[in-house]
Design a protein around this ligand. Structure first.
Ligand code: TRP
Ligand code: ZN
Length: 883
């Protein structure tokens, strides 16, 4: 057991720093086994905070070897300052002064991938959130903004490329084969946006002309082998730059914009000023090695990091409790960008499915927290689905309430007013309010209250008066530390449909004009009634269109109503929603029947909907693919009070088989129609066709026919792109055709063994396969030469995929899946606590399962809790999970 409990940090304790750092000059001397970091800072007391007497200067620092400290050019003796594990303190004698510090660090030994570390043969940094303190002593907090210059010195042969933020201003050679480059970033920034890269990298170059006519030098740096895989990222970057000018009026500000791909990276990518560092999985894309999903992810992440230049860098966060200020807003921006580039409805469906299966589960679990958390132990644990995805939903609701023009007026004011500042979520809201004369006082509860609100709605038709009344009731379950919730502002986009599926004119009792055929109702009370008048027939409501609020809507639709909506709702998103909720209803009903030991029988209405949708040539094929995809096991688990994972798995499988067999003929005709031999292109139209074709192939393989098998094997062998090849492999791996499965897996690994990102896919396909023996397969794969616990992508694709995608194997009843995961967490906690902590999620959800599994899961949590010297990252999650 650890002796010292890590301490909790509270938002209410925020105060400004005692000192500001106006300038920071850094010199890095990079060597094979260590690096020397010289920093020279111009520091000034913060008059607002100083009070009587000058406070001590307390700098953050971690794992640093302190070599020297100089105050105004005088070297300090060891009695002139104090230092411990996490700080360096001294008593300045003047209000402004220069402080020079030299530290020695060991990037090679840095397996946590935070601070300065080595990835393969290159050096790189990751400073968000609190990594800069592992490089040098500093005021490592986002409200301390400083102008940085950085000189990097290294061996010229091994590290010909030396990069940092801003513009290169000088370079030269030293004796002994070393060289140096100096970079200057004219924009003041917090330390978390600092970056440095050194390596033997090749460069892909392009340029972009901004709306004011400036030419920006665009550069992507990758390892030489990956040179051919950067085109899509570069195109995505240019599209992002144009889009931010057009939609937000935001222009890029430096003369150069760089992206570097690194193989070992804890997250997706990082928006360092002028020098974005990316997980290579979010940059590299080539038709032969990357799937359509990977192409779209690259586009989205490139856009996300680029958009941070304004929403994050020019206007940054005051403190880490405000993380969603930049992340929620930026996720909303990148989602709108992707929607504009591809199919908007499909993008929304994907995001909503993901949110409901994952963020809703987080909101219902032990780590639930508001979009703006009140406290944390380790900030790395709060880069969550709640801060990112729910935060984006909150911004989307503001966009819905203000409309596009009002929202744009608000963001213009926000960027204008706060350019160069470190601000709060309240500042963001205030700008939107001031620009529109709006009042978001109540709306702000979305930032302070955790949990997913429930919205119950009921409709009542009064034929005598031609009125339809909708009664809404909202509530929100308790979450840790918050037992009572006040009503939220819930925007409900909706329409009323007549018997033909046409939208009816909306007239609300008590209002003068008409609201057109679609409107947004603003629900602000715990209980609220809306009465629609002048209706010629009983309407069927189409509610929460586009998922206009992150709530659980419960409306007592009959299954026939859902069928009607799935076939007729003019709103594409709600057609999908109706089919999805019909499938959920059917599956939940069958789970009960299965548990009661009665035989399963298929509701023909689900088949009917699928048949209709499959036969509707007017629909976007990607939409059809989404509609015929059954809700995931994870979502069914989330919806259940107590999840019976065996029953969920068996029933969902049975329904999939039944659908496949029943619709076989129609599925074949679609497969044949879409199985076209055309050159690959990464465009929405082709994404859509491949998405439907491969979803159909997945169903066809469930029929276990020889025809399906040979089509699948043929597609695997002959595909001219990874999307089709991989879809065939997935279908084979999940089939009973053992010989073909083994042959395909072997051939695939042989062909792609030198492509780590493709091997990640190979691991994750096997880790996710539901066949019995999943754990043993994963354990075997851990021994594969391409696997290593040191690379986060590998950990995610094998261990992460197993624990979060392969529910039936992970939750095997003897608890061995839990024990395996806990073992890996304990190993990783010693090398990479951020990754270890993220793997905790499946175990933290123990309350969802039956008592026997609960005990087995708790046993593993206790075992983790008992490890001496547990990282604060894992400690926070495990202790909150057991609380
Ligand atoms: N700000 C990054 C983003 O765009 C998040 C991030 C990247 C991060 N690397 C990290 C957060 C490491 C914590 C630790 O979303
Ligand atoms: Zn981000």
């Amino acid at each position: 057991m650890r002796t010292e409990q890590p301490k909790t940090i509270h938002l209410k304790d925020y105060r400004e720093p005692d000192y500001w750092i106006d300038e920071t000059h850094l010199t890095f001397e990079l060597f094979d086994d260590h690096a020397l970091v010289h920093s020279r800072m111009s520091i000034r007391v913060n008059p607002g905070e100083a009070g009587d007497g000058r406070p001590d200067l307390v700098l953050d620092g971690q794992n640093l070897e302190l070599m020297s400290v100089e105050l105004d050019d005088k070297r300090l003796a060891s009695g002139d300052f104090q230092f411990d594990e996490n700080t360096l303190s001294l008593k300045p004698e003047r209000d402004t002064f220069e402080l020079a510090i030299t530290t020695r660090i060991k990037p090679r030994e840095n397996t946590a991938l935070e601070g300065l570390y080595q990835s393969g043969s290159m050096f790189c940094t990751q400073c968000e959130a609190e990594g800069f303190r592992k490089i040098t002593y500093y005021l490592d907090r986002p409200d301390v903004m400083s102008r940085f210059t950085t000189t990097v010195i290294a061996d010229k042969g091994d590290y010909p490329v030396l990069l940092s933020n801003g513009n290169p201003i000088a370079r030269g050679d030293h004796d002994g084969g070393r060289h140096w480059v100096t970079w200057e970033d004219p924009f003041p920034k917090p330390a978390y946006l600092f970056a440095l890269v050194a390596g033997d990298l090749c460069l892909i170059q392009d340029s972009f002309t901004t709306m004011s006519g400036r030419t920006i030098d665009l550069r992507i740096y990758v390892e030489p082998d990956n040179r051919e895989q950067c085109g899509h990222a570069m195109d995505s970057l240019k599209r992002s730059m144009r889009w931010d000018e057009e939609v937000y009026g935001r222009e890029y500000d430096l003369d150069i914009f760089m992206i570097v791909a690194v193989n070992d990276f804890n997250m997706g990518a990082m928006e360092n000023k002028g020098l974005n560092v990316f997980n290579s999985s979010c940059v590299l894309a080539h038709p032969e090695t990357a799937t359509d999903a990977a192409f779209q992810r690259v586009e989205a992440v490139v856009a996300h990091e680029y958009f941070h230049n304004w929403s994050g860098n020019r206007v940054t966060c005051r403190d880490w409790f405000q993380l969603s200020l930049k992340e929620g807003f930026t996720v909303f921006r990148d989602a709108e960008f992707s929607a504009d580039m591809n199919s908007a409805t499909v993008k929304r469906i994907e995001d909503v499915s993901f949110l409901r299966a994952n963020q809703f589960a987080e909101d219902a679990g032990p780590m639930a927290h508001p979009v703006r958390p009140d406290s944390f132990i380790e900030i790395s644990n709060f880069y969550t689905l709640t801060v990112y995805e729910k935060g984006a939903e909150v911004v989307r609701m503001l966009h819905t309430l203000l409309g596009p023009e009002g929202f744009r007026k608000g963001t213009d004011l926000y960027f204008d007013r706060h350019d160069g500042q470190a601000v709060t979520c309240d500042d963001f809201i205030k700008a939107l309010e001031d620009a529109n004369g709006a009042d978001f006082t109540q709306f702000k509860r979305w930032y302070s209250q955790a949990g997913t609100p429930r919205l119950n709605a009921e409709g009542r038709w009064d034929a005598a008066t031609g009125t339809f009344s909708l009664l809404f009731r909202q509530s929100c379950p308790p979450t840790p530390g918050q037992s009572e919730k006040l009503p939220f502002v819930i925007p409900v986009r909706m329409a009323l449909l007549d018997g033909e599926g046409n939208e009816m004119p909306l007239r609300l009792a008590g209002e003068d004009g008409e609201r057109g055929s679609e409107t947004v109702l603003s629900i602000t009370e715990a209980e609220q009634l809306f009465t629609f008048t002048d209706l010629s027939e009983e309407p069927l409501p189409s509610l929460l269109r586009g998922f206009s609020a992150p709530v659980k809507l419960i409306y007592p639709y009959h299954r026939d109503d859902r069928v009607f909506l799935a076939k007729n709702d003019p709103d594409g998103f709600n057609r999908w929603e109706a089919a999805q909720s019909l499938a959920v209803d059917v599956l939940q009903g069958l789970v009960e029947i299965h548990v009661a030991g009665r035989p399963l029988m298929m509701d023909q209405r689900l088949i009917d909907v699928y048949r209709t949708v499959l036969g509707d040539d007017s629909l976007d094929p990607a939409m059809v693919a989404e509609i015929i995809r059954l809700p995931s096991e994870a979502y069914l688990v989330e919806l259940a009070e107590q999840a019976d994972i065996d029953a969920i798995h068996i029933v969902r499988d049975w329904v999939r088989h039944t659908l496949a067999v029943t619709l076989e003929e129609q599925l074949w005709s679609i497969y044949r129609r879409l199985d076209e031999r055309i050159p690959y292109s990464a465009e929405a139209v082709q994404f859509a066709r491949r998405s439907l074709k491969n979803t159909v192939l997945g169903y066809l393989m469930l029929t276990e026919s020889q025809d399906a098998l040979s089509a699948c094997v043929r597609q695997f062998v002959e595909a001219n792109n990874m999307t089709d090849r991989q879809a065939a492999l997935v279908a084979l791996v999940n089939s009973p055709f053992d010989d073909q499965k083994r042959a395909a897996l072997t051939e695939f690994a042989e062909r792609w063994k030198d492509y780590p990102l493709v091997m990640d896919q190979w691991f994750s396909i096997q880790a996710s396969a539901a066949q019995p023996g999943g754990l043993e397969r994963v354990q075997e794969l851990m021994e594969h030469p391409a696997f290593t616990l040191r690379n986060p992508n590998k950990v995610r694709s094998l261990i992460g995929a197993f624990a979060s995608q392969n529910l039936i194997n992970f939750h095997r009843s003897d608890g061995e899946g839990y024990r395996f995961l806990a073992d890996q967490i304990l190993l990783l906690d010693g090398t990479n606590p951020q990754i270890a902590s993220r793997l905790m999620t499946p175990l933290s959800r123990w309350r969802k399962y039956d008592p026997a599994r609960q005990n087995l899961m708790k046993r593993e949590l206790s075992r983790i809790m008992g490890k001496p010297e547990l990282s604060p990252d894992v400690f926070e999650v495990v202790s909150k999970s057991l609380a």
